[in-house]
Design a protein around this ligand. Sequence first.
Ligand SMILES: [Zn+2]
Length: 399
Amino acid sequence: MSLLVTDIGELVTNDPALGDGPLGLRRDAAVVVDGGRVAWVGDARSAPAADAVLDAAGRAALPGFVDSHAHLVFAGDRAAEFGARMAGEPYTGGGIRTTVAATRAATDDELRANVARLRGEALRQGTTTIEIKSGYGLSVADEARSLRIAREFSDETTFLGAHVVPPEYADRPDDYVGMVCGSMLAAASPHARWIDVFCERGAFDVDHARAILACGQAVGLGVRVHANQLGPGPGVQLGVELGAASVDHCTHLSGADVDALASTRFDCMCPDGGHTTTVATLLPGAEFSTRSPYPDARRLLDAGVTVALATDCNPGSSYTSSMPFCIALAVREMRMTPAEAVSAATAGGARALRRDDVGVLTVGARADLLLLDAPSYLHLAYRPGVPLVSTVLLNGESQ
Ligand SMILES: [Zn+2]
């Protein structure tokens, strides 16, 4: 069954060849989807016929959001910790261990139900592609089952056995790293596409992080890094050194960090004309929820670095599944333009996952399309907190 989505008041394609500016904006547009893919993009008045019609009635349409950083496999919540933090306690990352204990105690069905709940929440807010990390099991069996459950919901699964050193290894971190690279990686890698490390003071130092990421690469996993969140550090440059698809957080960057990211830029015959092979993924929900200074998005963008926005959805430092919320924060708090923020939440997220079939509405792309109850994408930042996503097509199917 083909579907014609017509009378789109403003269409974001993310392909400058299809319309105005970097977003490739078109007015009075239509899109035909067929077999789960975009089959045609053009003017509504010259659209071909299709088996069914969806009248957008002048509303804005854009690609589904690509949330390239989320921790959905866990049990319990940490509302009390959030309350204490808002009353003045600092965020240290130590609360991760609270969630590890709850996750280990949960059944598979409890974990699965929690992922399903959060995946559904994200989808209703327009997220059509979501990366899901492990990292709250931190034992061979619990990391493997976390990824097995994550795989039921997404192909973009990430092994984060190196989230923190679990309590039982607190005085022998070398042994833990050995296990992550050995039996844990062997059990986890069949269910994962990516490997990630929290490279931060109090988590994993640069030597441990490099060793773990190299082990993952050796078995074919792509590299991502939690880097430079709580303070300056070597994580971003380690990510560039290892050819990471993305370095995430990037809250505390030196000039050398920005230069290293910019050095991965190349021009290509692709919709955006060029990008950095290592993307800087910014997670403003974490700064919001830990009441911390936001990353300097302008400095990255002005240096030519490709930026993605993601939720970091997790029960400790950013318990939001809302990409529109992150867009609003990026515009208000990080001085991104609404166009830059929407691009980062769609095409940028796709770059961070090395995907060219999502984050764009071009012929051949996956038919992941949102209609907003608004005439323009600008409303995503202009009307913060308002549920504007009114229709979600995933693989061409209305959700
Ligand atoms: Zn994270």
